[in-house]
Design a protein around this ligand. Structure first.
Ligand code: SAM
Length: 232
């Protein structure tokens, strides 16, 4: 995968980022390889180019963020993706997480609330040759047309795991989503086996809110809080 933006490759910076992620406890080699291969600098706004490989979230258009690389790696590791998995992502944002999943051999479906963001992400994914299905809309209710999904990843903070997404998860499937208040969320990993769903939680994340019918759009919360966070 050539890193094409402005003819700059950032190979050293990307390798250093992978070293940092390894030092912070990311152990899944397929995740580390994908992060080592996907050119994050092509997904960030030009003014943030020099910080593209810093381990932090960065602003993108529409008041949203490209998630912190550690968070992308952590969530992708929890997802346990193998080549051929059908993966639904809610919150396309810049398209970077979708590219990481596609790089790992997943068949990716991604939904973004803001049409303007989706358009930019599609351009970037097309430029880099990633074959990803996408649409603009409310991802809190999933994408029933292509369900069930082997894996579902939500990259915005939700008040609870949207029930529609649990329904659209395949038997044996895994869903990863940040769930909590608008100030702080726990990363929740659900594993669906027949009628039973087991959950594991990892504390201490902060994402922009999941809007829409089964996100905060369906809720009233007086304390809207600060949107920007270190995670995503
Ligand atoms: N995964 C993205 C990336 O790699 O750049 C980062 C996602 S950003 C932290 C969260 C995204 O979720 C924002 O782009 C936001 O517009 C989107 N979002 C929030 N609620 C949504 C919804 N109901 N449906 C689809 N996208 C939503």
């Amino acid at each position: 995968m050539p890193a094409v933006r402005f003819g700059i490759h950032f190979d050293e910076e990307r390798a250093e980022l992978v070293r940092q992620l390894r030092a912070r406890g990311i152990t899944d080699e397929s995740v580390l390889k994908a992060i080592g291969d996907v050119p994050r600098h092509v997904f960030v706004p030009e003014i943030w180019l020099s910080r593209a490989y810093d381990d932090c979230a960065l602003p993108i258009a529409c008041g949203q963020t490209i998630s912190q690389p550690y968070t992308v790696a952590f969530m992708t590791q929890l997802l346990t993706v193998v080549p051929g998995h059908k993966v639904l992502e809610i919150g396309t944002g810049s398209g970077y997480q979708a590219a990481v999943l596609a790089e790992m051999g997943a068949r990716v479906f991604t939904i973004e609330w803001h049409p303007e963001l989706l358009e930019q992400a599609r351009r970037t994914l097309d430029l880099l040759g990633y074959n990803v299905a996408s649409k603009a809309g409310d991802g809190s209710v999933g994408w029933s047309e292509f369900a069930p999904y082997d894996r579902i990843i939500v990259t915005a903070g939700a008040p609870e795991v949207p029930p529609s997404l649990v329904r659209q998860l395949a038997d044996g499937g895994v869903l990863v989503a940040p769930v909590g208040t608008q100030q702080v969320q726990a990363m929740v990993r659900l594993h669906k086996r027949g009628a039973s769903v087991t959950a594991t939680r990892y504390e201490g994340f902060k994402f922009v809110p999941l809007v829409g019918k089964e996100g905060w759009g369906g809720r009233t919360e007086h304390d809207m809080g600060e949107k920007e966070g270190d995670s995503g």
